[in-house]
Ligand binder design. Structure first.
Ligand code: NAD
Ligand code: ZN
Length: 282
């Protein structure tokens, strides 16, 4: 395992562990690629495929939900079926082990809505899902702040006809006011906030962390880039795990002892964790 890491990176991780450093992990679609959930740019283009008539940028909006809630839900249930069929991989599992080893010195910020981090066993308290999670829904009329689990029965109903009918609508209701529920995801025409998406908490963590490990993100979205910039400006090391160069690569190289770890998440993340957790426990 350890040979996945260069000597300077291994030394940095050993030091971080010895110093009982706070470690922030920032993940994107790339960490789930080896679980079979396609990335945004991936060849299958799954995240790009919209409905018959709409592109994702049009479907994943509040405006679209107001105009055609059934079609938007059908599209999310299709994506959900892909995510539910996938299982956490070695990178997800290693991060669970890291949280167990570090406790409150660990924080995971994820852009993924596939739910794989929580399904792997990560705690909600230390997992900021900054773009939401398709396993959850909430009242579209905002009658309460509560976030509810999408009922498992919906997958069975939807699979029958792959359309939203009365049975599906009944399951996708707000349990409090009886109005429509909506997917608990951040849409393109919406903004980050604290109660739902942990915006301020993520910024605060970026200002305090002693190490940032970025895994499988292309840096196309706003908050992840802000987190990277804040950490880099503080002169705190960034490690960027990604088979391809991306905007975080240069940011990582600009930090003292920061580095690009050019490899796949399922091999590199366990190697990082083995180092951080072993020294932390030893
Ligand atoms: P992205 O698709 O834009 O970028 C994925 C990155 O992962 C790329 O840089 C790619 O080189 C890298 N990658 C590919 N395979 C990898 C591997 N095996 N190991 C490590 N890295 C690998 O994804 P993004 O930056 O997360 O942004 C996409 C947006 O779309 C986000 O807002 C996200 O919420 C959403 N999205 C979510 C999922 C999901 O939940 N799994 C999937 C696709 C898109
Ligand atoms: Zn309601």
């Amino acid at each position: 395992m350890v040979d996945a890491l260069s000597e300077p990176v291994a030394a940095l991780l050993d030091e971080a562990a010895r110093a009982r450093a706070h470690v922030m992990i920032l993940t994107g679609a790339g960490i789930s690629a080896e679980s079979g959930v396609p990335t945004f740019r991936g060849a299958e283009g799954y995240w790009r495929v919209g409905s018959r008539n709409y592109h994702p940028q049009e479907m994943a909006t509040h405006e679209a939900f107001v105009e055609m809630p059934d079609e938007v839900w059908a599209w999310y249930l299709y994506r959900r079926s892909v995510c539910r069929a996938a299982s956490p991989n070695a990178a997800h599992e290693a991060l669970v082990a890291l949280e167990r080893a570090l406790g409150d010195r660990f924080l995971l910020v994820t852009q993924n809505v596939d739910g794989l981090h929580l399904r792997a066993g990560q705690t909600l308290a230390r997992t900021y899902q900054i773009h939401g999670n398709i396993d959850f829904m909430r009242c579209a009329d905002e009658c309460a702040d509560a976030i509810d689990r999408v009922p498992e029965a919906i997958d069975r109903e939807w699979a029958k006809g792959r359309a939203i009918g009365d049975a599906e609508r009944a399951l996708l209701q707000c349990g409090r006011c009886g109005g429509r529920a909506r997917p608990h995801v951040l849409w393109f025409d919406e903004t980050y906030d604290e109660p739902r998406y942990r915006f301020e908490s993520s910024i605060r963590a970026a200002r305090a962390t002693s190490l940032l490990v970025v895994v499988g993100t292309s840096g196309a979205t706003n908050l992840p880039m802000q987190i990277g910039s804040i950490v880099a400006r503080r002169g705190v090391p960034i490690l960027d795990v990604n088979p391809e160069e991306n905007p975080f690569t240069n940011l990582a190289r600009s930090t003292p002892r920061g580095a690009w770890l050019a490899g796949a998440a399922a091999k590199t993340v366990p190697a990082i964790v083995e180092r951080l957790a072993a020294s932390a426990l030893g």
